[in-house]
Design a protein around this ligand. Structure first.
Ligand SMILES: Cc1cc2nc3c(=O)[nH]c(=O)nc-3n(C[C@H](O)[C@H](O)[C@H](O)COP(=O)(O)O)c2cc1C
Length: 343
């Protein structure tokens, strides 16, 4: 599929997930195949424009992740346009706008899903951004703010008119948060109405579901929690799409993924050759080793809470990961769990 002039290798993408889809995780998923697009965690437009180091780090990516979309949030058209220029200057392929985040901290600043309550303002934000950059500007929204206002079909048309190159719709309202189920009929209706590509998002935990959703009429599928549970899901969906037998994932593969994730995180912001990472000019401080280890352990714990779901004895692994106090302990825990259980 394509977004403007950008050809995506497959119609399957890693959905943006704050705190989860960091560059290390995205690279590993990408290496397993089937991934047509990766989207960063959401990044504050205000923080970008003010040059806050921590904010800019969230937007960093590596060459192997292409095509890459950097998602920004904010509600001020001028600031969002400037953030889009920073994203373009970083060499990203797409700048995506978050209109789906229901978290009050974000929504109260006229950002995230609260933009869906002010569709004319939301369209102005997109118009300002599309005027400011040449790369495609895309929008990720929900079904609406609440059940009384499921206005995604109207807003999708408005942002298309304002110059958006694609939209993604998570078929739940902000009020629903993650309860109930995603309304894929609504998503398919929007795909039918628009001329730009429409991605659907929500509740694809198995590769077969990803394929079924693609067949429902959307141009592409963004997979969120399903990738955190099974990082091979996009490659398995691509197998199904190509009529190949789906690749099998062994317990050893699953263990290796976590070990590889630790290794990549250990190398984050250290020992990388110049030019390896595309980022705004930021000098990341040299954190003491112990605090870097602590950060890695916390990242693995966060992934572990999703990754262990649906595994036999997954709750034991989750508890063990959460109580590991050192990286060696963490590696031993993972090694023991994934090798000791008979395949
Ligand atoms: C932990 C977590 C963090 C998320 N962060 C973002 C985000 O930063 N930006 C965004 O547009 N959506 C975010 N989402 C929503 C997902 O992109 C996705 O649309 C939603 O989870 C539904 O898809 P799923 O059922 O495949 O997970 C997040 C979801 C989760 C579970």
């Amino acid at each position: 599929m394509r977004i403007a002039k950008l050809e995506l290798p497959t119609p399957f993408a890693i959905a943006p997930m704050a705190g989860m889809t960091d560059t290390a995780f995205r690279r590993l998923v990408k290496r397993h195949g089937g991934c047509g697009l990766v989207v960063t965690e959401m990044v504050s437009s205000e923080g970008m424009v003010r040059g806050i180091d921590r904010t800019l780090e969230y937007a960093e990516y590596t060459e192997e992740e292409r095509p890459i979309s950097i998602q920004v949030f904010g509600g001020d058209p001028g600031t969002m346009a400037s953030a889009a220029q920073i994203v373009e200057g970083m060499g990203a392929d797409i700048v995506d706008v978050n209109m789906g985040c229901p978290v009050p901290k974000i929504a109260k600043h006229h950002a995230g899903c609260s933009l869906m309550r002010e569709p004319h303002h939301a369209a102005q934000v997109i118009a300002a951004m599309t005027r400011a950059v040449k790369i495609p500007v895309t929008v990720k929204m929900r079904a609406g703010w609440n059940d009384e206002d499921r206005n995604a079909p109207t807003l999708a048309r408005m942002v298309e008119d304002a110059g958006a190159a694609a939209v993604a719709v998570h078929g739940r309202t902000a009020e629903q948060s993650y309860s109930g189920s995603a309304d894929w009929d609504l998503v398919a209706r929007i795909a039918d109405q628009l001329t730009i590509p429409v991605f659907g998002s929500g509740d694809c935990l198995e590769p077969e579901q990803v394929m079924n959703r693609l067949r429902s009429g959307v141009d592409g599928v963004l997979v969120g929690r399903g990738v955190l549970r099974n990082p091979w899901i996009l490659s398995q969906a691509a197998d199904l799409a190509a009529g190949r037998p789906m690749r099998e994932v062994t317990l050893a593969d699953r263990g290796q993924f976590l070990l590889d994730y630790i290794d990549l995180l250990m190398n984050e912001r250290v020992r990388e050759p110049e030019g390896f990472r595309h980022g705004a000019v930021v000098t990341a401080g040299n954190a003491p080793r112990t605090s870097h280890d602590r950060w890695v352990i916390n990242k693995v714990r966060a992934l572990g809470s999703w990754y262990t779901k649906g595994l036999d004895n997954g709750s034991h692994l989750r508890t063990a990961i959460n109580s590991a106090e050192s990286l060696n302990h963490l590696r031993d825990t993972i090694g023991t769990f994934f090798c000791a259980v008979p395949a």
